[in-house]
Design a protein around this ligand. Structure first.
Ligand SMILES: Nc1nc2c(c(=O)[nH]1)N[C@H]1C(S)=C(S)[C@@H](COP(=O)(O)OP(=O)(O)OC[C@H]3O[C@@H](n4cnc5c(=O)[nH]c(N)nc54)[C@H](O)[C@@H]3O)O[C@H]1N2
Ligand SMILES: Nc1nc2c(c(=O)[nH]1)N[C@H]1C(S)=C(S)[C@@H](COP(=O)(O)OP(=O)(O)OC[C@H]3O[C@@H](n4cnc5c(=O)[nH]c(N)nc54)[C@H](O)[C@@H]3O)O[C@H]1N2
Ligand SMILES: [Mo]
Length: 729
C-alpha cells in the first residue's frame, strides 16, 4: 500500500491526524502481527493453527469450566474495543453469552470515576459534559494533557489549534498538573498540584464561590437538587486548608475561583489525572459542580452534553426522566469490591485468579487488552495468569499478556475493516458522524472480529464450536430491534421486527446494527424515508456529516429518577468523609509516582511500529533536580524505584518540569518479557511502571485504580551488576 494521510475535507479532523494514524500502515505491514490462530504447545511455544482447530480447542477446554461455574470464566476488555465497531457491538454479545460476574476492563484504570459521577448526577454513565472548546473563553484543565492525548472524554482532532484559538480570541487556559505538560506549556497559567489532591482544590474553589457570593447556576437552579448540601460540604475546604494538601497557595486558589466565576464562558475539564487517583469520583463530580455553580453547565462555551448519532443512552426513552442509576449490585469474591456498570475493578482480577476457593476464576478471555502492562501490580497478575486452567486472547500481538494464552485469535488489520467511532462521538466537542468503508478488501483467512466473537458466543451458549453465525447475528439484530420498538417514545413503535429486519437487508454484522442505531437515533430517518440519517447517507458522505455545534440538552438529557440534576447524590456525599479525613491527616513527605502519556505511544501496544518507536529511549524517570540532589540521583544514570508491590529500574532524566516530591514514569513499557514476539519493541523495552502500582490503592467509591500518586522510594543504581530485569523470568 502507498501511505496514510489526513483527509483535508473531513468534517471533524480537517486533515489533522495524530502520529498513531500514520502508523497504521506499519501496523498493517508489521511482520510480528499475528495472522493465524495460535495454539500453545506443551513446551510453551505457539503453533499456528486453523480456525477450526482453535475453536475445537476452545470448545474442549472452555466448556467444562463454564459448565461448572459461569463466574469461573473472566473477561478483560481493553481500550481498543472502544474504537472498534465490531468489538464494541459484539463484545457485549459475548459478555451476555458468558454471563459471568467476572467482567473486567480498562475502564477501572481509566474513566469510571467520571462515568460514575455523571451517572449519579444525570442518570447515565455516558451523560458526560465536555468543554465546548470551540466557543469557550476560559478553560480550566486538571489532570489532562489534550495536546498529547487529543482529548479522550473531550474528543477533538487538532487540540493544539483549538486551544490556540481560545487564546487568540482573548480567552485563557489554566492547567493544574504535577507536571509541566505540553498542554501546560501552551497555557496562560500552570499550577503544580500534589498528586491526588484535586478534590481538595476543587472543593476549595466551590468554597470560594459560595463564600464570595459568586455562584450563578441561573436557569439550572430550579432544575437542581442539593446545591445547599454542596455549600455545606464545602465549608471545611477553605483555601488555606486545601492549600496545605494540594500545594497551591490560598491566594492563587481564590484567584482561580474568581477568574472562573468572572469569565463569560468557561469550562472546567478533568481527565486521567483526576480519575486515576484516590479521590477520582469526588474530583470528577466537583468538576461538574463547578461547571454548574458558575452557570457554565449546558451552555454554549461551557461544558455541554454531546448528542451522538448512534448509541447514546440519554437520547433514548422518555426525555428528562429515567430509571436512575444503581451500582454495587454484586461484589467481588475475595475483597468484596462493588460492581460498577456491570464490571468489577480490574485491581482485583489477579486475586480472583490466585486465591483458591469456590468461585475462583479458572479461565480468562482477553479482548484487545494488555492488562499485564496496563493494570496495577502487574507482576502479580503476570504470575496469576500462569495459574489459569485456560486462557484465550483475541489480539494482534504475542505480548506481555497474550504470551500466557492457550489460544490466540487474531483480528484483521484496521485497514480491512469499516470504521465508525461509536464511543468517541458520545464525547466529541462537535456533533459529527463519519463512517469509513474498509480501505482494503478482507482476507478470507482472517475473519472479521464480530464473526470470531459470535463464534465464541456460540461456545458460551452451548451451541458448540461451529454455531450458525448467520443465525446468531440475525438474533442479535432482532434483539436490538425489539428493544428499539419497545422503548417509551420509540419512533418506530408501530413497526414490526420483521419489517425493520427486511429494511436493513442486505447488511450484516456491525453495519446492520449501526444502520439500525443511526436510523432510530436522534438524527435518524426512523425508517420513514426522507432526509434523516442512515448508514447509506454516511456512505455517500466520505468526509463525514457535520451535525453541528453542541446544543443545550437540559432537562431532556436527564435520566435520573427524580428528573432533576442530583448535585449531591448520596454515595458522593458519603464519600466526602474520606476526603475530610485526608484533609485533616498530616501528609507525609514520601515521594510519589505519576505517569506520563506520550504522543508517540498508545498505552502499551504501538511500540512495535518503527515510526513510533524510533528515537532515544522515552521510558525515563523524570525527577526534579532538588529531589535528585537529595537522593543522589544523577541525570542519565539508573535509579531503582520501589513501591509496596515491587521495584523497577529506569534511567533518570532531570527536569524542573515535574513538581518536587513527584517523579514521573510513562506506562505501557516493559517489552522484555520472555516469550513475546515484539521484535521492534524489544529493542527499547523500557520498564513496566505498573509493577509499582498497588492493587490495594483505589478510589474507594468507583473501585478505580490509583495510578497517580503512588508512594515510592528511590535509590541510585550505580553498579551495573545490580541492574535487574523488569521481568521475573
Ligand atoms: N500507570 C498507568 N497505567 C495505565 C494508564 C496510565 O495513565 N498510567 N492508563 C490506563 C488507560 S487510560 C488505559 S485505556 C489502559 C489501557 O489498557 P489496555 O487496553 O489493557 O492496554 P493497551 O495497551 O491499550 O492494549 C491493547 C491491546 O489490544 C491489542 N489490539 C490492538 N488492536 C487490536 C485489534 O484490532 N483487535 C484486537 N483483538 N486486539 C487489538 C494490542 O495488541 C494490545 O494487546 O491502560 C491504563 N493503564
Ligand atoms: N498519544 C497518545 N494519546 C492518547 C493515549 C496514549 O497513550 N497516547 N491514550 C488515550 C487514552 S486510553 C486516554 S484515557 C487518554 C487520556 O487523556 P489525558 O488524560 O489527556 O492524558 P494524560 O497525558 O494521561 O494526562 C494526564 C495528566 O494528568 C497529570 N496528573 C497525574 N496525576 C495528577 C493529579 O493527581 N492531579 C492532576 N491535576 N494531574 C495529574 C499527568 O501529569 C498528565 O499530564 O488519552 C488517549 N490518547
Ligand atoms: Mo484510556
Amino acid at each position: 500500500m502507498a501511505s496514510i494521510r489526513g483527509d483535508p475535507e473531513d468534517v471533524f479532523s480537517h486533515g489533522f491526524i495524530c502520529p498513531k494514524g500514520f502508523a497504521l500502515k506499519e501496523l498493517h505491514e508489521d511482520p510480528d502481527r499475528v495472522r493465524t490462530p495460535l495454539i500453545r504447545r506443551p513446551d510453551g511455544s505457539f503453533a499456528p493453527a486453523s480456525w477450526d482447530e482453535a475453536f475445537a480447542e476452545i470448545q474442549r477446554r472452555l466448556s467444562p469450566i463454564l459448565a461448572a461455574d459461569r463466574n469461573g470464566v473472566a473477561v478483560y476488555l481493553g481500550n481498543p474495543n472502544a474504537h472498534n465497531l465490531a468489538n464494541i457491538l459484539y463484545g457485549t454479545v459475548l459478555l451476555r453469552a458468558l454471563s459471568s460476574r467476572n467482567t473486567y476492563s480498562a475502564s477501572t484504570v481509566d474513566q469510571f470515576p467520571k462515568q460514575l459521577a455523571s451517572a449519579l448526577m444525570f442518570g447515565t454513565g455516558t451523560t458526560v459534559a465536555v468543554p465546548d472548546v470551540d466557543r469557550t473563553g476560559h478553560l480550566l484543565i486538571l489532570g489532562a494533557n489534550p495536546l498529547a492525548s487529543n482529548g479522550s472524554l473531550m474528543t477533538a482532532p487538532d487540540m493544539r489549534g483549538r486551544l490556540r484559538a481560545i487564546r487568540a480570541r482573548g480567552g485563557r487556559i489554566v492547567v493544574v498538573d504535577p507536571r509541566r505538560s505540553r498542554t501546560a506549556e501552551e497555557a496562560d497559567e500552570h499550577h503544580f498540584i500534589r498528586p491526588g489532591t484535586d478534590a481538595h482544590l476543587l472543593f476549595a474553589l466551590v468554597h470560594v464561590l459560595f463564600a464570595e457570593g459568586l455562584t450563578r447556576p441561573g436557569r439550572l437552579e430550579s432544575l437542581t437538587d442539593g446545591i445547599d448540601v454542596v455549600r455545606r460540604l464545602a465549608e471545611p475546604f477553605t483555601p488555606e486548608a486545601a492549600a496545605s494538601a494540594c500545594g497551591i497557595e490560598p491566594d492563587e486558589i481564590r484567584h482561580m475561583a474568581r477568574e472562573l466565576a468572572a469569565a463569560p464562558r468557561a469550562a472546567v475539564y478533568g481527565r486521567i489525572g483526576t480519575c486515576t487517583q484516590e479521590f477520582g469520583t469526588l474530583a470528577s463530580w466537583l468538576v461538574d459542580a463547578l461547571n454548574l455553580l458558575t452557570g457554565n453547565l449546558d451552555r454554549e462555551g461551557g461544558a455541554m452534553f454531546p448528542l451522538g448519532a448512534a448509541g447514546h443512552a440519554n437520547a433514548v426513552g422518555t426525555p428528562g426522566r429515567g430509571k436512575g442509576f444503581r451500582f454495587g449490585r454484586f461484589h467481588s469474591r475475595v475483597r468484596g469490591l462493588a460492581e460498577l456498570f456491570g464490571e468489577l475493578p480490574v485491581s482485583c482480577l489477579a486475586e480472583e485468579i490466585d486465591t483458591p476457593g469456590e468461585g475462583r476464576v479458572r479461565a480468562l478471555i482477553t479482548l484487545s487488552g494488555n492488562p499485564v502492562v496496563s493494570t496495577p501490580n502487574s507482576a502479580r497478575l503476570d504470575r496469576a495468569l500462569d495459574g489459569l486452567d485456560f486462557m484465550i486472547s483475541l489480539d494482534v500481538y504475542v505480548n506481555e499478556t497474550t504470551r500466557h494464552a492457550d489460544v490466540i485469535l487474531p483480528a484483521p488489520s484496521p485497514l480491512r475493516r469499516p470504521h465508525y467511532d461509536l464511543a468517541l462521538y458520545l464525547f466529541a466537542v462537535r456533533n459529527v458522524a463519519n463512517y469509513s468503508r474498509p480501505v482494503l478488501a478482507p482476507e478470507p483467512e482472517l475473519p472479521d472480529e464480530w464473526v470470531t466473537l459470535l463464534r465464541l458466543a456460540g461456545v458460551a451458549y452451548g451451541l458448540g464450536p461451529d454455531a450458525d453465525i448467520e443465525q446468531l447475528d440475525a438474533q442479535v439484530a432482532r434483539t436490538l430491534i425489539e428493544r428499539a420498538l419497545a422503548t417509551p417514545g420509540s419512533s418506530v413503535a408501530d413497526r414490526t421486527v420483521d419489517e425493520l429486519l427486511a429494511e436493513l437487508e442486505p447488511r450484516r454484522g456491525p453495519e446492520r446494527l449501526l444502520d439500525l442505531m443511526l436510523r432510530t437515533g436522534p438524527y435518524g430517518d426512523h425508517f420513514a424515508g426522507g432526509e434523516g440519517l442512515t448508514l447509506a447517507a454516511l456512505e455517500a458522505a466520505p468526509h463525514g456529516i457535520d451535525l453541528g455545534p453542541l446544543q443545550p440538552r437540559l432537562p431532556d438529557v436527564l435520566r435520573t429518577a427524580s428528573g432533576r440534576i442530583e448535585l449531591a447524590p448520596e454515595p458522593i456525599v458519603a464519600d466526602v468523609e474520606r476526603l475530610l479525613t485526608a484533609l485533616r491527616t498530616q501528609r507525609d513527605d514520601a515521594m510519589v509516582l505519576i505517569g506520563r502519556r506520550q504522543l508517540r505511544s498508545n498505552n502499551s501496544w504501538m511500540h512495535n511500529l518503527p515510526v513510533l518507536a524510533k528515537g532515544k529511549p522515552r521510558c525515563t524517570l523524570h525527577v526534579h533536580p532538588d529531589d535528585a540532589s537529595r537522593l543522589e540521583l544523577l541525570d542519565g544514570e539508573q535509579a531503582e524505584i520501589r513501591s509496596r508491590t515491587g521495584s523497577v529500574v529506569a534511567q533518570v532524566e532531570l527536569t524542573d518540569g515535574v513538581m518536587p516530591g513527584v517523579v514521573s514514569l510513562p506506562h505501557g513499557w516493559g517489552h522484555d518479557a520472555p516469550g513475546t514476539a515484539l521484535s521492534v519493541a524489544a529493542e527499547r523495552p523500557g520498564t513496566n511502571s505498573n509493577v509499582l502500582a498497588d492493587e490495594l490503592l483505589l478510589d474507594a467509591l468507583s473501585g478505580n485504580a490509583v495510578l497517580n500518586g503512588i508512594p515510592v522510594e528511590l535509590a541510585p543504581v550505580r553498579a551495573p551488576e545490580a541492574l535487574s530485569a523488569s521481568w521475573p523470568a
